[in-house]
Design a protein around this ligand. Structure first.
Ligand SMILES: [Zn+2]
Ligand SMILES: [Zn+2]
Length: 302
């Protein structure tokens, strides 16, 4: 989500909020200024004034305008694409919240959370470091896998990465796409019921790429939404189907040899199934947006 979509907290929050909003737009202003300057320098000074050969002039202008149009289109999408909110079924009901507030031990809190996950059949595989379910106190939700609270937006973001107004670190994010890893996950491994696993969502280079860019090759270089999946449940390298029975605990125990990476044959099978699974579950055209790991739609380290 870009700065234009930040949720306004209301006028009562005062000028401080406005200062923050203005600050958020500064990098965008910087980028637009750089583009405007580059347009003047290249199109006017280089192409129209300096270049002599007409064919070279036309070729340079065509290439420049194609690249610039794709860049501005991508940048627009980065800023103005709205990120999906966590579905209501992940919300912790009021009665359960009161139970959690009155709890004297952590185990009571996690008992409540486990109950909600079971009754709502939530496809949750990842845990906190304590191997307990992840939840957000601010949003009062159980966090779907790869969801994190964004302090800039003020709510939980599906497949959260980070904000990057300078759209920087292109090469690094290409690397992350090939590994199916968000920046957050590269700094802190997601924890499954068998333990932390940095490679947990890695389905192989090509499948990882397809999960983010989609399986229609014609659209790979266009900034339109083509990612596979629903942003809530993700196939992992050892478990593919995350939502068929709602029994989230059984998922990580079906094949311990594959989980430890000792079964290459199984892994190949899983990769094929994973792609099918992703395609079948591609039901949300407005799924995770700029917070995901598409390199051309990245947003800034916070
Ligand atoms: Zn955000
Ligand atoms: Zn949250």
């Amino acid at each position: 989500m870009g700065p234009g979509r930040e949720k306004s907290g209301g006028i009562s929050e005062g000028s401080c909020r406005h200062c923050i909003n203005i600050t958020k737009w500064m990098p965008v202003l910087f980028i637009v200024t750089v583009i405007a300057w580059s347009y003047y320098a290249f199109v006017i000074q280089v192409c129209l004034i300096t270049m002599q050969e007409t064919w070279l002039k036309i070729l340079a202008l065509i290439v420049y305008h194609i690249v610039t149009t794709l860049f501005l289109w991508s940048y627009w999408q980065t800023i103005f694409t709205c990120s999906s909110r966590v579905p209501r079924k992940f919300k912790i009901p009021q009665a359960e919240l009161e139970l959690m507030e009155g709890a004297t031990q952590d185990s009571e809190i996690f008992e409540v959370l486990n109950r909600i996950v079971r009754s709502n059949e939530l496809p949750v595989q990842t845990r906190t470091n304590l191997t307990q379910l992840r939840y957000c106190e601010k949003c009062q939700i159980i966090k779907p896998d790869r969801t994190h609270h964004c302090s800039v937006c003020g709510y939980c973001i599906l497949k959260m990465d980070h904000h990057c107004p300078l759209v920087s670190l292109f090469g690094y994010h290409c690397f992350l796409v090939t590994k199916n890893r968000s920046t957050l996950e590269s700094f802190r491994s997601p924890v499954f019921s068998h333990g932390p696993d940095k490679k947990g969502f890695n389905l192989g280079c090509y499948n990882n790429f397809v999960e983010v860019f989609g399986d229609d090759k014609k659209k790979w270089f266009l900034p339109v939404f083509t990612s596979l999946g629903d942003g809530i449940s993700f196939p992992t390298r050892h478990i593919v189907n995350t939502s068929n029975n709602g029994n989230y605990n059984s998922l990580d125990t079906t094949d311990s040899s594959a989980a430890s990476g000792n079964s290459p044959d199984h892994c190949v099978e899983v990769k094929v199934e994973a792609r099918t699974e992703l395609r079948d579950s591609n039901a949300n055209p407005h799924g995770p947006s700029v917070h995901d790991t598409r390199p051309h739609k990245e947003s800034t380290l916070r």
